[in-house]
Design a protein around this ligand. Structure first.
Ligand code: NAD
Length: 356
């Protein structure tokens, strides 16, 4: 397994491989950038086929957090961690305490929150050992409703741009992962706005209940969500779902959703553009959760501040679309470049301060 040569290494500042034989912990903690402050990002626990897969995931996610945090103009850097889920039964408390020790080894360079496969209770176990966590029970709470609100605003902006509609009433939206934490809040908002919804999830009973509640169409085979004739495809489940085997199935004008790393490769952005599909860069529109978590870092980041940031998120998306339009380039590439420029400016300023 190569690290420095890894295609996603992208000059990470620090990558820590942590193991603890007693608890079975195998974790990778990746700090992409601390140019704007301590890196913040969730800890994902997943059954990875290999440590190479875990490394690829954490590097991509960690860079994504840097881009997300800088595009939302937050005073934090970007990082992420992954735990390779132990086989069979394991002691969660011991595992996350060991994870807490790994966090301490980074001396506050990185602060972890929950993510896919982990919960605030897990983070609380880590908190017995370390201060370097956010998103504890009793703190700002579940970030999903705020993420959903940001995604909702992003869908509005994208629909206005691609379809010239200032309202979502009657707009056909296909949601993947409809009953998830973000998915359900989002679906309820979209339904309230009068959108015509097509919902897919692998959790059938929850899907049936939600669709019944909001009067949506159920997409029986979750994989058929890519074929739905709609205006918008809203991925809220998995990463890498825009790839060579799905892209030609899409019959939409917009891809805008909560999932991280929706494009399997950056080139997929150009492929969407070629097909006349507007892509709302994931890390721009799904920043609501991290914006909300800022309240755990400093109480001055209160709910009024959060609301303001969500409005800014929509404006930032508009600026990306403007530039992409003007230059005839894919929105994801334009967003990446803005994020990189901002990170470089912050790194230069930090270097300057440290040298002074
Ligand atoms: P979640 O696990 O609660 O929801 C995911 C949903 O997707 C589940 O209902 C699951 O059953 C469904 N699903 C899984 N495989 C599927 C498939 N093949 N087809 C259809 N549905 C499938 O996760 P979440 O917290 O709602 O997050 C969803 C996505 O948004 C993730 O990619 C996450 O990284 C991203 N995200 C979440 C937040 C947040 O605040 N929770 C913030 C930013 C980004």
């Amino acid at each position: 397994m190569s690290v420095y040569e890894h295609p996603d290494f992208d000059s990470h500042e620090n990558v820590l491989f942590a193991t603890d034989e007693a608890s079975g912990l195998k974790a990778i903690l990746a700090v992409h950038s601390t140019a704007r402050g301590p890196a913040v990002g969730g800890c994902r626990m997943w059954t990875y086929a290999s440590s190479t897969d875990a490394l690829t995931d954490v590097l991509r996610l960690s860079q994504g957090m840097s881009f997300k945090n800088v595009m939302a103009d937050l005073p934090i850097g970007g990082g992420k961690s992954v735990i390779m889920k132990p086989d069979g039964e394991f002691d969660r408390k011991a595992l996350f305490e060991a994870f807490g020790r790994a966090l301490n080894a980074l001396n506050g360079e990185y602060m972890s929150a929950e993510d896919v496969g982990t919960s605030p209770a897990d983070i609380q176990h880590a908190h017995r050992i370390t201060q370097h966590v956010v998103g504890l029970p009793g703190g700002t709470g579940d970030p999903s409703p705020v993420t959903a609100k940001g995604v909702y605003l992003g869908i509005e902006a994208s629909v206005e741009r691609a379809l010239g509609k200032s309202s979502l009433a009657g707009v056909k939206i296909a949601v993947q992962g409809a009953t998830g934490h973000v998915g359900e809040y989002l679906v309820r908002r979209l339904a309230k706005a009068g959108a015509e919804l097509f919902l897919a999830d692998i959790r059938e009973p929850e899907l049936k209940a939600l669709a019944g509640d909001v009067g949506a169409v159920i997409v029986e085979d979750p994989d058929a969500i890519y074929d739905v004739e709609a205006d918008v495809f809203t991925p809220c489940a998995l990463g890498a779902i825009i790839n060579p085997s799905t892209i030609d199935r899409l019959k939409v004008k917009v891809v805008a959703g909560a999932a991280n790393n929706q494009l399997q490769t950056r080139e997929m952005g150009a492929e969407l553009q070629k097909r006349g599909i507007l892509y709302a860069p994931d890390y721009v529109i799904n920043a609501g959760g991290i914006i909300n978590v800022m309240g755990d870092i400093d109480p001055k980041f209160d709910s009024v501040w959060v609301e303001g940031k969500l409005v800014t998120l929509k404006a930032t998306l508009g600026e990306i679309f403007d530039l992409a339009d003007k230059e005839g380039r894919p929105a994801n590439i334009v967003a990446d470049e803005i994020a990189r420029r901002r990170l470089q400016r912050a790194a230069d300023a930090k270097g300057h301060d440290e040298a002074a």
